[in-house]
Design a protein around this ligand. Sequence first.
Ligand code: DAH
Length: 344
Amino acid sequence: MKAQLENIYSLATEDIAKAASISDLDEIRAKYLSRKGEFNEIKKNLKNLSDEDKRIIGSLANEITKKLETSIQTKHDEFYKKELNQKLEKERIDVSLPGKFTPKGRIHPLTSTTNEIVSILQSLGFSVVESKDSPEVETEYFNFDMLNIPKDHPARDVQDTFFTSLASNVVLRSQTSGAQIHVMENQKPPIRVISPGRVYRNENINARKNNFFHQIEGLYVDKNITFGDLKGVLNEFIRIYFGSSRPTRFRSSFFPFTEPSAEVDVQCIMCGGKGCKTCSGTGWLEVLGAGMVDPNVLRGVGIDPEVYSGFAFGMGVERLAMLKYAIDDIRLFFNDDVRFLKQF
Ligand code: DAH
């Protein structure tokens, strides 16, 4: 029996030496040391031996089992370390490599300019109209008729305004001034509102004109509103928006819905007033139109022009942004070039 034990021991030792992985060792352990393993088979026969032999063979069997267990465990530990190292090597990450770059979005310069203009005007007491009073798809009634724009006015021509196929009198609004009518039809004076939004014109696109752009409309109607109030508000607006050093001028003009009417110019940012391509040699750039609300317009919405008066203004957001940031081509706002947008 002793020889048998030693034989199994040497076979097991050989097996262990040949083992190439943890799973090989698991097999060896099962083959020799498990309950059904070879050593247990021998131990089962111990009962047939004399007491003396039982002791000798029993302790030899225990000794051999221990030795095998130790060498299996030692080898197991080696394999475990090696496999772990291989795994770590394979799955190694270089924490010093830069991560994936996801560019950050930005607020579009037209949005930030609109926000800035709106907040200046809010600080001067104006509030933004509800969107229902400022639709982009409008009837001629709001876009032209009620603004005192005659039926034969050139702005009504398809060359200038986009008509829709919805109905013959439905247009993409060509100005935000229609918001004035919506508000005055729904509210009694005092009215002090602004309405920012997109407008559309059937233009040939070039550096100065796009076929859609953005305006901010303003309207102030109350008792005793004068042209002095208009000048006060607009001068204050321009002073805050451009800073006090930028020269401005009021120039008399004409709009069907205001009487008298004015246009406000600021000194050309490109040439400092000397005259250049951007300002067509005049040294000035128009930034907004304004005037006292025409009595016809007030009458149309049921406000008595003998009791109330008001002023209105409309400014181009692109124009104001271009002047502030010295941008010389309106198309830059619309072609989503990140090299441009990144600068704001
Ligand atoms: N709607 C005019 C335009 O698009 C701008 C304008 C001028 C608006 C005078 C006004 C105003 O409210 O009083 O050119």
